[in-house]
Design a protein around this ligand. Structure first.
Ligand SMILES: Nc1ncnc2c1ncn2[C@@H]1O[C@H](COP(=O)(O)OP(=O)(O)OP(=O)(O)O)[C@@H](O)[C@H]1O
Length: 799
């Protein structure tokens, strides 16, 4: 049993201005735990009559400042928990903090760059790497992914469904057994045998989460997500199975409804947005108080599921995510306070072992039979029926293996059946008698042989030597022929590999299956590869399903989508990732070729060594000399070359493996971005359609009677317009180009003559500074937009 309090860590999200002046400081002196001091700026503390504290200090196991990267977080926080899982203990890592403070970034990772992948993908990678290394146990891994929104659980890994809203997902409910164990009804468990399969499940869940998200339910902000890795392990032959669960939890945003409020108090307790977080806090408070017998776990789904993680059988770690900007000071302090309470909770993790019921039944059946047999002997109840042929054969096999067993302690287990015991004695007697007769005959034949042996004649000896020489020459000729043939075959294989590589490069991954243990044919059709392609198919079909409508798009809509895509803020990231992907592919291709080369070199070296060895032996025989006992220089040289080549092969293979993971991750990110893009386009399109239905005079972008304007090459700038207007490609593009930028415009501190100047800037009629379209309706829309915007700016200036 491992007793441990919940470990708490803090992570500070990078701010626009790095290290905002005087808001916080981190003290990492070695004497005590690192501490985070949050300083309330004077302008926030001012105006309160009560004697406000100006700074707050909190201790954490470790504090990760703004520049800490995802790798550091994983190494320090999640890796130790993953190690506990592998040892058979339950683990939980949960992120807690206000909206936008970096919970999802920390747990799942950023959606853009490979290096931003978070704790979940890194943990999966680590766990599968360790499982591969450990051949002493049989491991089984399953994944589940649950979302809790408004006290309802939803299964994010339902592969069949076409979720367009959260309610379409299967609902998960809690069941409690008499031992108060929690079971989740309707939550699907999916076996993952490789890291890739597990990552695909993560991707599927994230995509379902994104698709099901509505503006009212901003998935990541208002809901909790629990990604669970279920790991079972068993030693071969043993009936004991270990089960361990790792929950990786992304909680909902923790902010309160009322922050400071007019005349209100800074840093005061207020209502919670999220009831389940409120219940979570109640559980934490109850657990951190001594002598509390009742812990209100049952109040919410979240706390029921995390029961073991909080004050139970689990190694739990909390990450307090902080966005330490001036406006977030109160939320940050409340997050830290929450963490301090969590740090008081003690957990007791035990190994979760159970006996495999199937193996247990077999064992018990055997024991019953043995007891029955023993009883029969004791009670004198004899079995009279003769042993069957199969039973006799089985017995004889047992006796043979017993006799062959070198272990002096070994026993012949035939059970308490007198018939069997008698048969054993008979059989052994027979063996012994046979041996005696056989022994005599072999001894006499040996004597005869010895008698007939005479020293070899000189002539006969010479004859034999000649034959040997002849055979040696034949062997050399054959070996050379074989080498030539092998080289031809390898060249042909290499060529076909290059061709297929080209093909695969165009479609998917350039990676060879195989492991590090030894060279394998690079592109043989192994099960891994088959699975790779099915996973890819699954993924592409998923993306197609999620983005599905494209094939049914009308030409105009497709065109609109192309422009939408081009102008979308994510297009740069997608393009960047595409470039990186290309680079990685060509690196992988080059590596693949080098690996092939190294492999054939290894083959050649091995052959040369064998050849050399044969020559040495043949020389020894032909010269009638013993094989030289000292080291053969040439062979040693060849061996060291072989070792070097193997090392090179291993290094390249490891790099190729890492590249494979990176490429797959990048492909997932891009798939995700595509789904997001399509979704946003559909939402925008629907909105525009309904807007135009209400106001048909505004134009007819959906009727496709007017083709979309072609943007001349020179004009293809991408102004960052607000979402509602950013893609206004149905109006004149040149007009779009000169619309004022929606970015912040600095207000003059003294708005003298503002009205006049604004009026001046809004011409009643088209003037040269605002090129209009000539279409009166569109032009009046443009002018109305400019005027509305100026009004807003004007209001802002006067505020
Ligand atoms: N450490 C970090 N480094 C770089 N970017 C970050 C970091 N933390 C957060 N971000 C970025 O900040 C934004 C908000 O982060 P994130 O979505 O993770 O917040 P959250 O706490 O999960 O919010 P919510 O409660 O709404 O889910 C994202 O764009 C994310 O990429």
């Amino acid at each position: 049993m491992v007793k441990q309090t919940i470990q708490i860590f803090a992570r500070v999200k990078p701010t626009v201005r790095k290290h905002p002046q005087g808001i916080y400081s981190i003290d990492e002196s070695e004497k005590s735990l690192p501490s985070l001091e949050i300083i309330v700026p004077h302008d926030l503390a001012d105006g309160f009559v009560n004697n406000k504290r100006e700074s707050y200090k909190f201790n954490f196991q470790r504090i990760f400042d703004q520049d800490a990267n995802q790798e550091t977080l994983f190494e320090n926080i999640a890796k130790p928990v993953a190690e506990s899982i592998l040892a058979g203990y339950n683990g939980t890592v949960f992120a807690y903090g206000q909206t936008g403070s970096g919970k999802t970034f920390t747990i799942t990772g950023g959606a853009e760059r490979y290096r931003d992948r978070g704790i979940i993908p890194r943990t999966l990678s680590y766990i599968f790497e360790q499982l591969q290394k450990d051949s002493s146990k049989i491991y089984t891994t399953h994944i589940s992914y649950l979302e809790i929104y408004n006290e309802c659980g939803y299964d994010l890994l339902d592969p069949r469904h076409e979720a367009s809203s959260l309610e379409d997902l299967p609902k998960v409910t809690i069941l409690e057994d008499p031992d108060q164990n929690i079971h989740l009804k309707n939550l699907s468990l999916h076996q993952a045998t490789t890291e890739e399969e597990a990552l695909n499940l993560l991707f599927l869940g994230d995509t379902n989460r994104m698709i099901a998200e509505t503006p009212m339910n901003q998935a990541s902000t208002r809901s909790h997500c629990i990604f669970t890795i279920h790991l079972s392990s068993k030693e071969p032959g043993s009936a004991t199975v270990r089960h361990a669960k790792l929950h990786l939890v992304d909680l909902a945003g923790s902010e309160r409804v009322a922050k400071t409020g007019v005349g209100g108090q800074l840093l005061t307790e207020a209502k919670y947005i999220n009831l389940s977080l409120h219940y979570l806090e109640q559980v934490i408070i109850a657990l951190s108080e001594k002598h509390r017998s009742h812990i209100p776990y049952r109040n919410s789904m979240m706390t029921s599921i995390l029961r073991d993680s909080l004050g139970g059988n689990c190694m739990t770690t909390m990450i307090a995510t902080l966005s330490l900007e001036k406006r977030n000071i109160d939320e940050s302090i409340s997050t830290c306070r929450f963490a301090q309470r969590v740090a008081l909770i003690k957990n007791e993790a035990v190994l979760n072992e159970e006996i495999d019921p199937r193996l247990m039944i077999i064992r018990l059946q055997k024991e019953i039979q043995e007891l029955k047999d023993e009883l029969a002997i004791v009670t004198g109840e004899k079995k009279t029926e003769a042993l069957t042929e199969a039973e006799l054969l089985q017995l004889e096999k047992l006796i043979t293996s017993f006799l062959e067993d070198q272990d002096p302690e070994s026993r012949l287990e035939v059970g308490a059946d007198m018939r069997k015991i008698h048969h054993c004695f008979h059989y052994l007697k027979k063996l012994l008698n046979d041996k005696k007769i056989y022994g005599k005959s072999t001894v006499s034949s040996e004597i005869k042989d010895q008698d007939s042996q005479e020293p070899l004649q000189e002539e006969e000896y010479k004859k034999l030597r000649d034959i040997l020489q002849q055979r040696d020459n034949e062997i050399n000729i054959l070996v050379n022929m074989l080498k030539k043939e092998k080289k031809k075959a390898q060249d042909a294989l290499h060529l076909s590999i290059m061709d297929r590589n080209e093909c695969r490069h165009a479609q998917s991954s350039p990676f060879p299956p195989g492991n590090l243990e030894g060279p394998r044919p690079l592109l043989s059709s192994t099960p891994t590869q088959v699975q790779d392609s099915t996973t890819l198919e699954h993924r592409s079909s998923l993306v197609q399903r999620k983005t599905g409508m494209r094939e049914e798009m009308s030409l105009g809509r497709q065109e609109a989508f192309e422009i939408f895509k081009r102008d979308h803020a994510d297009s740069v990231t997608i393009e960047d990732n595409k470039q990186i992907l290309k680079q990685r592919f060509s690196e992988a291709k080059a590596l693949g070729e080098n690996i092939n080369e190294a492999r054939s070199k290894i083959g050649h070296l091995k052959e040369e060594i064998t050849q050399r060895h044969l020559q040495q032996v043949a020389l020894g025989i032909s010269e009638n000399m013993a094989v030289p006992s000292g080291p053969d220089r040439l062979e040693e040289k060849l061996r060291s070359q072989l070792e070097e080549e193997k090392r090179r092969y291993k290094t390249m293979f490891t790099r190729l493996k890492a590249l494979k993971v990176e490429i797959e991750h990048l492909q997932l990110l891009m798939d995700k971005a595509k789904v997001k893009l399509q979704r946003e386009f559909e939402a925008w399109w629907t909105k525009e359609a309904s807007r135009l239905q209400v106001n048909p005079a505004a134009g007819n972008p959906l009727g496709h009677t007017q083709p979309l304007p072609q943007v001349p090459e020179s004009q293809q700038e991408r102004p960052q317009l607000p979402p509602s207007n950013r893609f206004g490609f149905y109006s004149d593009v040149s007009a779009r180009k000169v619309l004022p930028s929606p970015g912040p415009i600095l207000c003059s501190p003294e708005p003298t003559n503002t009205q006049a100047s604004l009026d001046d800037s809004i011409p009643e009629k088209p003037v040269s500074s605002i090129p209009l379209t000539g279409d009166s309706q569109t032009d009046s829309d443009i002018l109305a937009f400019i005027k509305a915007r100026q009004n807003i700016l004007q209001k802002k200036c006067f505020q």
